[in-house]
Design a binder for this molecule. Structure first.
Ligand SMILES: [Zn+2]
Length: 255
């Protein structure tokens, strides 16, 4: 009887994990803008709604919007130029670009659905419009690449796998390792894809893509003194990123 109970638990655990995997891989679709196949469980409408819902919360965490309307307009104008001249224009997302008041945290980030932010601490370190375009291009890349929606699908899978692991204790170790590997691998890939798309968007919008390399150096210098959450945290090392950016510039210039 006891033995049977263990077998049943293991069976249920494996079944839950299998269900999660089938759902995850069943939600694979090709991103029409990047050509990459990814697992997505949200509709574009849901992405936009999540972004709009969280925008004020994120803004509050960074001291709200910067009061200088001219600077706000400038950020919006560079963002619009990037959107209007690239494939971003064909996506269903209503892009909005915001300058946050935060004078301390060097950061830029994108919420799903097109809400894009840069802090004043990062803005004041930039020397040229092209560098700002590099940052915004990278963030537009996260939106077009649907990276947040992809992470949500991945964490749903990881949660299901964790549940399965708890139910079927014996299958647990393997299952939880699988969940983590999937999560970590894609985090790094997101950043490289966004750098790559950022370079492409910059060229298409008439910006100098070499400015993206300057941005990397600015971020690297800033991270020596303080925390740089979005651009640095789970990222591939900066030298590797710069090498990939150089390759992307060569590749897209050749076309
Ligand atoms: Zn990023």
């Amino acid at each position: 009887m006891k033995r049977g109970g263990r077998a049943l638990k293991l069976f249920l655990g494996v079944a839950i994990v299998a269900f999660g995997l089938v759902r995850y891989f069943g939600s694979q679709e090709e991103n029409p803008y990047t050509g990459r196949t990814q697992a997505i469980s949200l509709s574009t409408e849901e992405e936009i709604a999540i972004g709009l819902q969280n925008a004020p919360i994120m803004a509050d965490q960074h001291g709200g919007m910067h009061p200088d309307q001219q600077l706000q307009d400038f950020v919006a104008q560079v963002g619009k130029k990037l959107v209007d001249n690239t494939i971003a224009q064909e996506t269903p997302y209503p892009y909005e670009f915001h300058l946050l008041r935060d004078p301390k945290t060097v950061n830029a980030f994108a919420l799903p659905g097109g809400q894009i932010f840069i802090t004043y601490a990062l803005m004041e370190r930039l020397e040229t419009e092209d560098q700002l375009a590099g940052i915004l291009g990278h963030e537009i890349g996260h939106v077009v690449g649907r990276h947040a929606a992809e992470r949500i699908a991945q964490s749903e899978l990881a949660n299901t796998v964790a549940t399965g692991a708890q139910v079927g204790a014996d299958a647990g170790i393997l299952a939880s390792q699988l969940g983590q590997t999937v999560l970590l691998k894609n985090g790094r890939g997101d950043e490289l894809e966004s750098d790559d798309l950022g370079v492409k968007f910059m060229l298409e919008a008439g910006y100098d893509p070499e400015a993206m390399i300057a941005v990397m150096h600015i971020l690297k210098a800033a991270s020596g003194r303080q925390h740089v959450p979005e651009f640095q945290s789970s990222h591939p090392d900066p030298e590797n990123r710069i090498q990939k950016i150089k390759e992307a510039i060569e590749r897209y210039r050749g076309n």
